[in-house]
Design a protein around this ligand. Structure first.
Ligand code: KG4
Ligand code: ZN
Length: 330
């Protein structure tokens, strides 16, 4: 079964072709990062316009690279939410037009299901599993007892971890997106700055707005006193505190639910500090991390998730399929 998938929920325009939910025939990602960089973050109106400019080219490139005919495609899968509504609508409408013209079934896929299924590209999922989802918009622990069955154990009550990374980077003038730069700087410094304790939130909940404000205050106070901030040490301290709580709560969930597999998903899954801490501290369970290229937004992960969603529910959408900026994974 060949799936053509489309992702456009934020600032990446992407189309992929996948055989049997595993073999990536092509995965074209057109990133807008260089355009949004200038503004220090994603500008929704510009994102929509860039998706419109790029989407046809990305469709053509993905089909050409996969070296297949349109007649070989059995299913179209597209991110229907959550995300920026203007961005989502470009992908959804392009996918609907393609499916309609070529008489192919279409399904809408949850963006986070895609991030989770990015792991299935490298390793077959084994259940029960716990997945730590860490992206620019989400921070949550998910328990899966079987394919396409998502139980949210807990989530952040305020900022997502990627959002906190981006804000910290902006505060110390490191540019956008901040996550990868803070990650790099953290390895050059020592965790000498005192950070708030993030582990005192009950259950599987998280909160990152406190540590974000703490870093902002620390930098502003230093500026007022004309003191130098050691950026490397600050990044190391922030990353240490954040990865500590992520690993601590993940371990708790793995033990409580007897998980056979532990995975991470989302843009922050690319974080080298987080990966190292997981490898060092999480034992007695198979650990799976997505390949770097499948951590940040891409259509391949949507195609793999769409394949499993279609297999499980045998349901398709119709031409009324629409984008939703908010969408529940469960
Ligand atoms: O999953 P994603 O591509 O988009 C959303 O669905 O949100 O995640 C983007 C987020 C950004 O906040 C970015 O700073 C963060 O992932 N990120 C990282 C790293 N690479 C990307 N954060 C920490 N360390 C990294 N190496
Ligand atoms: Zn994402």
């Amino acid at each position: 079964m060949i799936v053509l998938s489309v992702e456009s929920s934020c600032d990446e325009t992407s189309v992929s072709l996948i055989r049997d939910g595993k073999e990536i025939l092509s995965n074209v990602v057109l990133s807008q990062i260089d355009i949004h960089k200038e503004y220090g973050g994603v500008v929704p109106e510009i994102a929509s316009r860039e998706h419109i400019k790029g989407i046809t080219y990305v469709f053509e490139e993905a089909i050409t690279k996969a070296n297949i005919s349109k007649d070989d495609i059995d299913l179209v899968a597209v991110t229907k939410g959550p995300g920026l509504i203007g961005s989502l609508l470009i992908g959804v409408n392009a996918a609907k037009a393609f499916a309609y013209l070529n008489d192919i079934d279409i399904i809408g896929v949850h963006h986070i299901a895609g991030h989770i299924y990015a792991n299935q590209i490298s390793e077959d999922l084994v259940f029960p599993l716990v997945c730590l989802v860490v992206s620019g918009g989400h921070t949550e622990l998910i328990l899966m007892k079987e394919h396409y069955d998502f139980n949210k154990l807990g989530e952040t009550s305020d900022d997502a971890v990627g959002e906190a990374y981006d804000k910290v980077a902006r505060t110390i003038g490191l540019g956008y997106p901040g996550g990868p730069i803070v990650d790099k700087m953290a390895f050059l410094g020592k965790p000498n700055y005192k950070m708030p304790d993030l582990k005192n939130i009950p259950g599987y909940g998280f909160s990152f707005s406190g540590i974000k404000s703490h870093v902002i205050n620390l930098v502003h106070n230093a500026e007022q006193r004309n003191e130098e901030i050691n950026k490397e040490d600050l990044c190391a301290s922030f990353q240490n505190a954040v990865t500590d709580v992520l690993v601590y709560k993940s371990k708790k969930a793995i033990e409580e639910y007897g998980a056979k597999m532990f995975m991470i998903a989302g843009g922050v899954a690319a974080n080298k500090g987080l990966r190292a801490k997981i490898q060092a501290e999480i034992t007695n369970v198979k650990i799976v991390v997505p390949e770097f290229k499948y951590c940040t937004d891409n259509a391949a992960m949507i195609g793999v998730a769409g394949y499993y969603q279609y297999l499980k529910y045998q349901q398709k959408d119709d031409m009324k399929l629409n984008g939703s900026s908010r969408l529940n994974l469960e």
